[in-house]
Ligand binder design. Structure first.
Ligand code: SF4
Length: 405
């Protein structure tokens, strides 16, 4: 998500102004810091380095829309981010009573915590299960806090809020002077996987994907060629043909891709893309909450078919089953997770069908299958990324299997 993106993201969600002018309602602001998208570490990087900008942006949003309270949602497991926020919040509270309106809410390490409608449920004391209506139609404590009010709620990513103080201080034209024409400003980019310098860095928008992967992240390791780039799971795979796309929202869309949360997972030509498809599909199946049966059922069918292919007992029927299940996995969806499932798996199959051919029994694939899911749990400039060593034990009911002894 940033995490799981809501299904209605394509619609123009009302900006602060829409929430401000909503009549007779209690209003709230939520900062979403519950990052969980594989291959993305921008929010945690920001919260570690500059929690002040996030809190200042949150306070400005609270004042602008006249919110009764503001919440900042984080995962309980984000220890360093909690610590930096707690120090910064204590400083804010010593300076202004307005900061008393801010509450930090901690949630469990589920992917869906970063889905904005699920985050509202957690702030209300529930589980991270996406509700049906978006936050501007079914806001926090609607029905209990303000009677029959909808309590329209602004949910912004922490990175968005961190831009606000600079824009207020220096003006919109200053912000527009950074980045590109279609997408002003900067973004915090993450590049992980098969590159020489895995990195997290704030950069102006408008550079090309080639510049990011080769000049900033060092390109593939010696003797290897670039094979696949994933701008998050929701956006489909890019091949080296797309390297000259400029990194902006419109320019990436024109290239048939998406900027996503500016997190890029890179694979070189040693990687088996059936293995990658399996890792991504299993992640989404495990994280699906099962409120919409096609999502859990068909993501499970896709994962099992990929598992058979990897085990060397797959057939053309498995390829067909994946395609059929991908066509229905989004039916009745409350959130964007099954779209990620369809998009990741079908785009991999379309671009790398040869890799799938090597896995049809009695196939033989010599590519690398020793690939980890890039679920990032830590990053430092010195040691690079640490991926979650326990994730392969997480089960579709969100429990963890015991380790084999
Ligand atoms: S079942 Fe899937 S689509 Fe429905 S809310 Fe859960 S994750 Fe989202």
């Amino acid at each position: 998500m940033c995490c799981a993106i809501p299904a209605y993201a394509a619609e123009a969600a009302p900006a602060w102004e829409g929430i401000l002018t909503a009549e007779g309602a209690s209003r709230f602001v939520v900062a979403n810091g519950a990052e969980g998208e594989p291959g993305t570490f921008k929010d945690r990087y920001l919260l570690r380095r500059n929690p002040y900008a996030v809190l200042e942006g949150l306070l400005i949003a609270t004042q602008v829309i006249g919110a009764e309270r503001a919440y900042l949602g984080l995962k309980e497991a984000f220890h360093r981010e909690r610590e930096s926020l707690s120090h910064a919040l204590a400083e804010f509270r010593s300076l202004t009573e307005l900061a008393d309106k801010i509450e930090v809410v901690l949630g469990s390490d589920e992917y869906l915590l970063g889905e904005e409608k699920a985050l509202l449920e957690v702030i209300e004391g529930g589980l991270p299960l996406p509700r049906v209506l978006p936050p501007y139609m079914h806001g926090l404590f609607a029905g209990s806090y303000g009677g029959a009010e909808t309590n329209p709620t602004v949910v912004n990513n922490v990175e968005t809020l961190a831009f606000v103080p600079g824009i207020v201080r220096n003006g919109a034209s200053w912000f527009r002077s950074l980045g590109s024409e279609d997408t002003p400003g900067t973004m915090i980019f993450t590049v992980c996987g098969d590159v020489r310098r895995p990195m997290v860095e704030e950069l102006p928008l408008g550079l090309t994907l080639r510049e990011l992967i080769y000049d900033v992240a060092g390109g593939p390791k010696r003797g290897q060629k670039l094979k696949a780039i994933f701008p998050g799971l929701a956006n489909g795979v890019l091949t080296p043909d797309g390297l000259d796309a400029r990194l902006g929202f419109d320019s990436m869309r024109s290239a048939g891709a998406s900027l996503g949360s500016a997190g890029f997972i890179v694979y070189d030509d040693s990687a088996c893309m059936v293995q990658v498809a399996y890792l991504f599909s299993r992640f989404l199946h495990v994280e699906s909450c099962n409120q919409c049966p096609p999502c859990k059922l068909y993501s499970g069918q896709i994962t099992e078919a990929l598992e058979r292919l990897l085990a060397g007992i797959g057939s053309h029927d498995d390829i067909e089953q994946i395609q059929d299940a991908a066509a229905t996995v989004e039916d009745g969806q409350r959130c964007y997770l099954p779209t990620s499932e369809r998009s990741a798996v079908t785009s991999i199959m379309a671009a790398f069908i040869e890799d799938f051919g090597h896995h049809i029994a009695p196939g033989h694939c010599e590519l690398n299958h020793n690939i980890e899911l890039p679920k990032i749990v830590d990053y430092s400039e010195v040691d690079g990324f640490t991926f979650d060593p326990l994730y392969s034990r997480k089960q579709p009911d969100w429990t963890y299997a015991l380790a084999a002894v």
